[in-house]
Write a protein that binds this ligand. Structure first.
Ligand code: NAD
Length: 240
């Protein structure tokens, strides 16, 4: 029986690379994204899903469970950086903060909440949350994003300790800078790219495929003792 993986934010840079990699690994992959057309382009099985909408999440996850009977891996990947002019705490518009927290924290909560009962029945499952190194070290002027990714790492750890004894594991991946639509505006400016790359010991940003590789290894069941881990994949950026 093929393993079933569900990937949120599947139309984006890291999401689409993850869908491709998990397909290549032989998994059945359900692609979920706000952008239905783009999600359909990456997987034959896709749904439009806004991860912040509790009713939609419950509905889509139950349709997936009805169709396949089980979900082995949930990849909580959908995420937003907040406005390009993201700022310090006192300057952050409340609506920006709420939206970033809704996508980056409420989303993973709702998706995990919808799938955990089926994973508990199965006695197995793996929830992989794409957090960020911004959840470990603070980025200047990225208040909402930094706060949300710290919360995402702790959300993953909380699930790890509450469900580990039921055969369900939960880990997060903390990428450094990855070249995707989220970061393209910055990396397209040669000066900004040079400044970022100068801070990264390996001298370059990551490709989405390099983050998908980390998801693939975790999803494969290798690293089977990893639970509650925040796996940093950042070229050494935060090791200075
Ligand atoms: N690119 C980086 O440098 C980087 C670094 C660390 C962590 N991350 C994290 O990786 C994840 C993927 O980022 P990316 O760089 O591929 O970004 P991206 O912008 O390329 O893709 C994000 C995807 O999420 C979808 N999305 C946004 N809001 C959604 C919602 N409410 N419901 C469902 N889907 C929604 C978008 O439509 C898009 O397809 C995010 O959680 C991001 O925070 C990215």
């Amino acid at each position: 029986m093929s393993q079933v993986a569900v990937v949120t934010g599947a139309a984006g840079g890291i999401g689409s690379a993850t869908v491709r990699q998990l397909h290549a690994d032989g998994m059945t992959v359900v692609a979920l994204d706000l952008d239905a057309e783009a999600a359909a382009a990456v997987s034959p099985d896709s749904y439009r899903l806004d991860v912040t909408d509790a009713d939609q999440v419950a509905d889509v996850m139950s349709r997936i469970l009805e169709r396949y009977g089980h979900v082995d891996v949930l990849v909580n990947n959908a995420g937003i950086a907040g406005s390009a002019a993201a700022t310090t705490a006192h300057e952050t518009p409340v609506a920006d903060f709420d939206l970033v927290m809704a996508v980056n924290v409420r989303g993973p909560f709702l998706c995990a909440r919808a799938l955990l009962p089926a994973m508990m029945n199965a006695g197995s499952g793996h929830i992989i949350t794409i957090a960020s190194v911004a959840g470990i070290v603070a980025f200047p002027g990225r208040f909402a994003y930094t706060a949300s990714k710290g919360a995402a790492i702790q959300l993953a750890r909380s699930i790890a300790i509450d469900y580990g004894h039921l055969g369900i594991r939960s880990n997060s991946i903390c990428p450094g800078m990855v070249e995707t639509p989220m970061t393209q505006w910055r990396l397209d400016q040669p000066e900004l790219r040079a400044r970022v790359e100068a801070q990264i010991p390996v001298g370059r940003v990551a490709t989405p495929a390099e983050i998908a590789d980390a998801v693939s290894v975790l999803a494969s069941g290798r690293l089977a003792y990893a639970n509650g881990t925040a796996l940093v994949i950042d070229g050494g950026w935060t090791s200075w």
